[in-house]
Design a protein around this ligand. Structure first.
Ligand SMILES: Nc1ncnc2c1ncn2[C@@H]1O[C@H](COP(=O)(O)OP(=O)(O)OP(=O)(O)O)[C@@H](O)[C@H]1O
Ligand SMILES: [Mg+2]
Length: 243
C-alpha cells in the first residue's frame, strides 16, 4: 500500500491546524514524525483515519492513487490503515477479546479462525511481556498507561494492517518496555512489510529501530526533513534547529 498526502489543509473548529502537508509513505518504509506539542501530529493521524470533527479544507489523501477522503473510518481501516491512539480510551463492559475479534472479522473477507486468532493474542501477550489477565478484561479498563499502549500494539499484531500509524508508542513506557515495544514493531514490519509512521518526542525508542525518513512538524507544516541524524540534532538542540 502507498499513502500519499497532497498539500493537505485541515481545520478543527474553524481553526487551521494542518497547513499544507505533503508526505508519501510507500510499502515497507519507516517514517518518523517529530515536532513540538501542538504542532499537529495527532491531528494529521486522525485526519488520515477520517476523524469526523476534522475538516479537510483542501488537498488530498490517497491510497494507491485513489482518494480516501470520502471514505468513513471503518472503510479506511478495512483498506489496511491502523492508528495507535496517543491516549487509548477505556470502554468498560466491552470485552477485549470480543472487541478485537469483531474488528478482525470486519476487516477480513473470510471468517476468522478463532483458534488461530487466540493463538495470535497469546503470542503477542508473551512477546510484549504483558499480564495474561488483560485478555479477559474490558477494553483498556483500569489498565496502567504503559499497559494501554502495549494493548494497542497487540491490536496491530492481530489485525495485521498494511500501514501502521503509531502516535507516541513510547509514551508512558518504562525503559524495558520501550525496548520490548520497539522490537515488536520492528519484528512486525519484517514479517509483513507494512509501512510505518511513528510519532515520538524522544530518541530512545529509535535506538532500537531503523527509521529511514524523519519529518519535523511545526505549526501544521513540515519544517525539516532528513534521516535519523535529525533525531540526534533535535535531542541536542531542541526544535530551534536553524539557530
Ligand atoms: N477538535 C479540536 N478543536 C480545537 N482545536 C483542536 C482540535 N484538535 C486539535 N486542536 C488543536 O490543534 C493543535 C494541534 O494538536 P495536536 O493534538 O495535533 O498536536 P500534537 O502535535 O499531536 O501535540 P502533542 O505532541 O502534545 O501530542 C493544538 O493546538 C490543539 O489544541
Ligand atoms: Mg499528539
Amino acid at each position: 500500500m502507498q499513502l500519499d498526502i497532497k498539500d493537505l489543509h485541515v481545520e478543527a473548529e474553524d481553526k487551521e491546524i494542518i497547513r499544507g502537508i505533503n508526505l508519501s509513505i510507500k510499502q515497507g518504509e519507516f517514517h518518523v514524525i517529530m515536532g513540538p506539542n501542538g504542532s499537529g501530529k495527532t491531528t494529521l493521524c486522525k485526519t488520515i483515519m477520517g476523524y469526523p470533527k476534522l475538516k479537510v479544507k483542501s488537498g488530498d489523501i490517497r491510497v494507491d492513487g485513489s482518494s480516501i477522503l470520502k471514505l468513513p473510518t471503518d472503510k479506511r481501516a478495512k483498506l489496511g490503515i491502523f492508528l495507535e491512539f496517543q491516549n487509548p480510551i477505556e470502554v468498560e463492559g466491552l470485552g477485549f477479546v470480543n472487541f478485537l475479534n469483531t474488528a478482525k472479522a470486519a476487516m477480513s473477507d473470510t471468517p476468522v479462525q478463532f483458534k488461530e486468532f487466540m493463538e495470535d493474542i497469546k503470542n503477542s501477550v508473551k512477546e510484549l511481556h504483558m499480564k495474561e489477565d488483560i485478555v479477559g478484561r474490558s477494553l483498556n479498563y483500569g489498565l496502567s498507561g504503559g499497559e494501554k499502549k502495549k494493548t494497542e500494539i497487540l491490536q496491530m499484531q492481530v489485525l495485521k494492517p498494511k500501514l501502521v500509524i503509531l502516535d507516541e508508542p513510547d509514551s508512558g513506557l518504562d525503559v524495558d518496555a520501550v525496548k520490548v515495544v520497539a522490537n515488536a514493531i520492528t519484528e512486525f514490519q519484517k514479517k509483513t512489510n507494512a509501512g510505518i509512521i511513528l510519532i515520538t518526542h524522544y530518541s530512545r525508542i529509535l535506538n532500537y529501530m531503523n527509521p529511514q525518513f524523519v519529518h519535523v512538524l511545526h505549526e501544521g507544516k513540515i519544517e525539516k526533513e532528513g534521516g535519523r541524524e535529525l533525531v540526534e540534532d533535535i535531542e541536542k538542540k531542541g526544535y530551534r534547529l536553524s539557530e
